[in-house]
Design a protein around this ligand. Sequence first.
Ligand code: TA6
Length: 277
Amino acid sequence: MTSTLFRGQPSWVLQHPCGDSLQVLQHGAHVVSWRAAGAERLFLSPLSVFDGKAAIRGGVPVCFPQFNQRGVLPKHGFVRNLPWAAEGEPQLVDDTVRFALTLSDSAATRAHWQQAFGVRLTLELAPGALHMALTVHNTDTQPLELTGALHSYWAVDDIATTTLEGLGQQSEWDAVRDVTGTGVSPLRFDGEFDRVYAASPEPLILRSGQQALELRQSSTWAQTVVWNPGAALAAKMPDLGPGGHARMLCVEAAQVYEPVRLSAGAQWTAWQSARLL
Ligand code: TA6
């Protein structure tokens, strides 16, 4: 593993012997790059701010302990805006490089949330495959409630020709129009798209150009969120900008509606994985 600066931020690079690599920042335990089979598979906005405070536009934001603005905490929680710590060194076991980052409650978290907790993001890099697992440990004597997401921004060649398969027949809430319905498969994207689906037990397939990516998530997430801001909203977002929407699609493993409730001492693990097809 190499520890290096990325846009001025401390980061770690995980290198797999096969040539695949991953880069993760101390800030937010934010995965900013996953290169597999010679190509970048995550979108990272060139206009993103890297000041060690602001949320990063792209990569994989860890949203915890709140999804979006569904509560009194900062949007998508606060751990994406805080420095995490490396837990030991990466290890190569059975053709998988494994590395974890942790964060626990501090004065900075208690400024938002009176709760003792520990979170760990475990990253596993295998040839053509990425596995990201979020573990939450309630270290408090009171129950802990959480919503959140692994808010992954997948790189696409062109959103206009990108499709996402696997959410047909899943219940859907369209946040743009505030209507509920049923998902179709494949999904196509033409304008602002912000929808919450009941998670499917089957993998999703993201197709873009020559790339097909299989996305899976653990059953401990109840929902999948699919988001693209579309041209008009992207142009108004200073850290995305005109045309920025065309190269990304967020497919997020998420807990949106019903909070997960952890009794004192309990743990919860939820993951998202991606594999080149
Ligand atoms: O997960 C989709 C979403 O909640 C959208 O509604 C949109 O706001 C997006 O996340 C990005 O949020 P952010 O706070 O990173 O700008």
